[in-house]
Ligand binder design. Structure first.
Ligand code: IMP
Ligand code: MG
Length: 180
C-alpha cells in the first residue's frame, strides 16, 4: 500500500518496514557495546513506543530490564505543548542505568519532562534512544544518545505512531500529504 486514508486525511508511504528494522538492529548493537557489563533498565514511553520497544529488546543481547510509563502530549496532528506527568513508574531506579525509549522526538517537550521526572529518583545515568527524530522541530538541549532515523518535520503515521488513535499497527511509516 503506497497510500492510505485515515480520518479523511491522505498519507503516503515514507519509510518501509525493512529500513525501520535495520535502524533498530543498529541501535541494539550500539547499546550492547555501551552496556556490555551493565544491566540497563529500559523505560518505554507509552503508547507510541510499544512496538519499537518490543522489536528493540528482541535485538538487545546484554542483560536488561524494561518498564513502561505513560505521558500525554499530543492531540490531533499538532503537538499541544502541554505535557502531563508520568504514570506507571513502579521500579526503584535509584542507582540504575536508565535508557528512555521514545518512538519519536518532535519538539522534545515530552522527553524533557520525562527526564526531569526520572532524575528526581537519582538514577546512575539516563540515556535516550529515539527511533525517529525530527531535528527541525527539536527545541531542547537534551542529547539523544541513540537515534534511529531522522525524519522531516511532518506528521507521521504507523509503527506505533497514531493519528487520533488509528494507524499504530502499520508496519511501515507514512507521511501526511500536504493538504491543498
Ligand atoms: P514532543 O513532545 O513534541 O517531542 O512529541 C512527542 C510525542 O508526540 C511522541 O512521543 C509521539 O507520541 C507524538 N508525536 C510526535 N510526532 C508525531 C507524529 O509525527 N505522528 C504521531 N505522533 C507524533
Ligand atoms: Mg511517544
Amino acid at each position: 500500500m503506497k497510500e492510505i486514508v485515515v480520518h479523511n486525511k491522505k498519507f503516503r508511504k515514507l519509510i518501509p518496514s525493512a529500513r525501520i528494522q535495520k535502524a533498530i538492529v543498529s541501535i541494539a548493537n550500539r547499546i550492547d557495546r555501551d552496556f556490555k557489563d551493565a544491566c540497563p533498565l529500559f523505560i518505554s514511553v507509552l503508547n507510541g513506543s510499544f512496538i519499537f520497544s518490543a522489536d528493540l529488546l528482541k535485538n538487545v543481547k546484554c542483560e536488561c530490564e524494561i518498564s513502561f510509563i505513560k505521558v500525554c502530549s499530543y492531540s490531533g496532528t499538532q503537538s499541544s505543548g502541554n505535557v502531563n506527568m508520568l504514570i506507571g513508574l513502579n521500579e526503584n531506579i535509584e542507582g540504575r542505568d536508565v535508557i528512555v525509549l521514545e518512538d519519536i522526538v518532535d519538539s522534545g517537550n515530552t522527553l524533557e519532562k520525562v527526564i526531569e521526572e526520572l532524575k528526581k529518583y537519582r538514577p546512575a545515568s539516563v540515556k535516550v534512544a529515539a527511533l525517529f527524530f525530527k531535528p527541525n522541530a527539536y527545541t531542547k538541549k537534551i542529547k539523544l544518545d541513540y537515534i534511529g532515523i531522522r525524519v522531516p518535520n511532518k506528521f507521521l503515521l504507523g509503527y506505533g505512531l497514531d493519528y487520533n488513535g488509528i494507524g499504530r499497527n502499520l508496519k511501515d511509516v507514512y507521511i501526511l500529504e500536504d493538504s491543498r
